[in-house]
Design a protein around this ligand. Sequence first.
Ligand SMILES: Nc1nc2c(ncn2[C@@H]2O[C@H](COP(=O)(O)OP(=O)(O)OP(=O)(O)O)[C@@H](O)[C@H]2O)c(=O)[nH]1
Ligand SMILES: [Mg+2]
Length: 488
Amino acid sequence: MNETPTFAVVGAVNHGKSSVISTLAENDQVRVSAMPGETVDCQRFSLGELFVFFDTPGFQNAREALAELRAAAQAREPLALFADFVARHRGEPDFDAECRLFEPVVGGAGIVYVVDGSRPLLDLHLAEMELLRLTGAPRMALINRTGRDDHVADWKRRLGMHFNAVRQFDAHHASFADRIELLETLAGIEQGWKPRLMQAVAVLRQDWAGRLDEAAELIVQLLADVLQHRETAPPAEGPEAEAVAEQLRQRFMAAIAAREARAHAALIALFGHRRVKAGAATEPLFADGLFSEDTWSLLGLDARQLLAAGAAAGAVVGAGADAMTAGATLLAGSAIGAAVGAAGALMLGKRRPEIAVRLPRGPLPEPLSMLLPSQLRLGGASLVVGPYAAPNFPWIVLDRAVGTLAYVMHRAHARRDEVTLGAGQLQSLLADTGLASAQWPEAARRSCEQAFARLRRDRLEPQDREALRAAIRAQIDRLGERRPDAPG
Ligand SMILES: Nc1nc2c(ncn2[C@@H]2O[C@H](COP(=O)(O)OP(=O)(O)OP(=O)(O)O)[C@@H](O)[C@H]2O)c(=O)[nH]1
Ligand SMILES: [Mg+2]
């Protein structure tokens, strides 16, 4: 028996063997296909070397193989007969699949027999089950369903006669908890592997919690970066001014979007998904951008919640500070004006306020300015955009980051579809998980808002940062191990 718990995942052609492995090994690159015969080699997959799975081709000639191997029922070492079988038929086209799939079993692997519960049980499957029983290897059966039809009861009755354990496992929707449960079942079928598998379960749980810690850190850093971000440009006057200001706004939004995309990509990578894309990639996870109207009308907090969290105060202070350092407000539109005063904050609930562009202070006195390079002569300062004072801005950034996390931590790696969520779908994903910022406890929102206000003024203390991190960590903990009913 192998020291590392090792299992050969076997079964009929096209019943979902590779999909099961893909999900268990958190590997979305395993070859999976609707075409039968996709897997032709025996391939090794592991998760942190805690356990090993071999993906195998589907049975080819189970009935003929069974006819040759019946004697194993009386043999003292049944696996020796299987080893002989492999030696005898290696290279023969008729038993190519059998040779490859018996090989790891002969080498000491346990068996995970995958069947498609949406397809009827046939005689050839009975031959497969009988062959596997004859190996005497520790074995469990997994009923996966690739379609809507339900033959599960038939399969269960039969499988129960041939396997040490029978479980249902949905390769496309299995959650972390389902994967853990499967490992625990495998631990139960072979005493020798039990300690290693239980250890693997403990390591995986710890690893999962560690990933959530890291996710919280990534989100805090994202919030810090976008709330402090500034873009500057040389000042312009007259008719050019509006164009320059608009360019500056665009640059600001692009920089924020790029920063957000990097954070989302890191969250996606944390859960090992290589088919989910962030930002402006083709088929990105989010169809709507951070600054789009739908995003602002559907995510974040409403005006009442913003007020309760203390966002109005933050906005007033932020705007006041802007006005003081800017000396003048250029083309501020409604943003700052509306933010001043609680009534203004109420207006800001679900509409994206324009991004304010600030003018530098007035020019220096003439004699002094003559001594300076022309750029600095205009006051030594530039047009400035940022920090963006919109009260809902950090909440929307937060919702999108938590939404990304909620999606990737519950997406089974067997899936090959490319999902793109509109703002409405993202909002329901958050609502279903109870993780929309609008659903957070008020106390958590208040401590976040306090950190946001300080961030905007570059005055974040370590304890504010820690409070923000802890609030986010506590909320994402509620995502749990189980998969919520989410889109896709
Ligand atoms: N809806 C759904 N489809 C599934 C599920 N598991 C597998 N499939 C689909 O079933 C088909 C076969 O899956 P594979 O994992 O390639 O099956 P396999 O047994 O490895 O196939 P071969 O290697 O060809 O023997 C693919 O189109 C999968 O996407 C599932 O849980 N739900
Ligand atoms: Mg396969």
